[in-house]
Design a protein around this ligand. Structure first.
Ligand code: XLS
Ligand code: CA
Ligand code: CA
Length: 439
């Protein structure tokens, strides 16, 4: 096992069960424990987000870094990037996490020129490849950072400047190449700057057409090079832009359908983006899943008292239970996984805090998985829901759904069958049942 940057952790975090008081042990996450027909690891497919966990410095918009990591100590940028990868794989191994995700510019430094940036990425990808081989750890997804460089301040694919759109496309081409080289299981598109600040200077239709062209070029390139990872789009309503085009699951699905892209993409749903969109994590998961498009999850949480993307580690068992109900009902995430797109608070300054944070998130989802599995096994919700819609199974309900009757027929039918019965939706009873599984 790699052992250089986290000497305090001398073994892979063990599972000790719920009675354990050891803060460096799992209480619920027991990697190889079977839940139904899969292991916990197979269902949960946890992933570390490289940008927060390895690159985070505790800085926020009011202040610079609050901690400096040992793996960032070299002044040579390539050496620093390699140390960071070494530290990352040590952390993955010690946490017992099988996947990671990155942006091109997290794992490799941006160069003076575009060609130099591509070269840097190639060098680092080689190093990552070696570490993946040594450890068996895999890439859940890669993506391109099309939001930090000021050249993208007015959009990347949706920039009013075609030269910038060309740069963004070339950058994504190279990020897809890197993801393919590392056998990435997915590739994510998050359009941080693909939106607008003011409609006074914006042609929405034009920008959406540009975004569609860009995604079509990506699809064509994927086919051309035989990359068999899943393409994912990650919705978010705003921040950094005032409005982003992929604002939520429903808007993104409509956009994909409108521009004939739906067959080529699934969604990566992030909990914090869902709440920023004014809905809930489970709402966004359910909308994506109902469309057969729930591909992967950015597992974090926001803070309802703060109106921004706080990217905290998930701890709320109710939320993880609801999420796992939806994920289990579609029999897992396929190529996707649960990526902890979450960062330490500015005041959590020690490397060991990274362990506490991930252990907490993993246990919260493992517990949610166990509860959701039991609820599904006992059919408490599914039986109720089935019963609730049963009037569509035969009689007039089935005639409506098969198209055998029209408005005029229903006008006639209702005159003979006036006054439908009002049945209770039993919300409070169901809430109590869910709590009885959680408590
Ligand atoms: C930012 C997003 C971003 C994507 C990947 O809010 O969550 O980190 O997940 O670009
Ligand atoms: Ca995210
Ligand atoms: Ca986020």
């Amino acid at each position: 096992m790699l052992n250089k940057f986290f000497p305090q952790i001398t073994q892979t975090i063990p599972f000790e069960g719920k009675e354990s008081k050891n803060p460096l042990a799992f209480k619920y996450y027991n990697k190889n424990q079977k839940v139904g027909n899969k292991t916990m690891a197979e269902y949960l497919r946890f992933s570390v987000a490289y940008w927060h966990t390895m690159m985070g410095t505790g800085s926020d918009i009011f202040g610079g870094p609050s901690f400096k990591r040992e793996w960032h100590s070299s002044l040579n940028l390539i050496e620093k990037a390699k140390f960071t990868l070494d530290a990352a794989f040590e952390l993955f191994q010690k946490l017992g996490i099988d996947f990671y995700c990155f942006h091109d510019r997290d794992i490799a430094p941006e160069g003076e020129s575009f060609a130099q940036s591509c070269k840097n990425l190639e060098i680092i990808v080689e190093h990552a490849k070696t570490l993946q081989k040594e450890t068996g750890i895999k890439l859940l997804w890669g993506t391109a950072n099309l939001f930090s460089n000021p050249i993208y301040s007015q959009g990347a694919a949706t920039s009013p400047n075609a030269h910038v759109m060309a740069l963004a496309s070339a950058q994504v081409k190279n990020a897809i190449d890197a993801t393919k080289e590392l056998d990435g299981e997915n590739y994510v598109f998050w359009g941080g700057r693909e939106g607008y600040e003011t409609l006074l200077n914006t042609n929405i239709k034009k920008e959406q057409e540009q975004l569609a062209r860009f995604l079509h070029m990506a699809v064509d390139y994927k086919k051309k090079i035989g990359f068999d990872g899943q393409f994912l789009i990650e919705p978010k309503p705003a921040e950094p832009m005032k409005h982003q085009y992929d604002s939520d699951a429903a808007a993104t699905l409509y956009f994909l359908k409108e521009y004939e892209l739906l067959d080529h993409f699934k969604l990566n749903i992030e909990a914090n983006h869902a709440t920023l969109a004014g809905s809930s994590f489970e709402h966004e998961l359910a909308v994506a899943s109902a469309a057969g498009k729930l591909g992967s999850v950015d597992a974090n949480r926001g803070d309802l008292l703060l109106g921004w993307d706080t990217d905290q580690f998930p701890t709320n068992i109710y939320d993880t239970t609801m999420a796992m109900l939806i994920i289990l009902n579609q029999n897992g995430l396929g190529k996707g996984g649960l990526n902890f797109d979450a960062k330490l608070r500015r005041s959590s300054t020690d490397p060991i805090d990274l362990f506490y944070a991930h252990i907490g998130g993993m246990d919260a989802f493992a517990k949610g998985l166990l509860i959701a599995h039991k609820i599904i096994e006992d059919k408490v919700l599914s039986n109720f829901i089935e019963e609730r819609y049963k009037s569509y199974n035969n009689g007039i309900g089935s005639k409506i759904m098969t198209g055998e009757v029209d408005f005029e027929d229903l006008d006639k039918w209702i005159r003979e069958n006036d006054k439908p019965l009002l049945k209770s939706g039993r919300q409070e009873m169901l809430e109590n049942i869910i709590n009885s599984y959680i408590l």
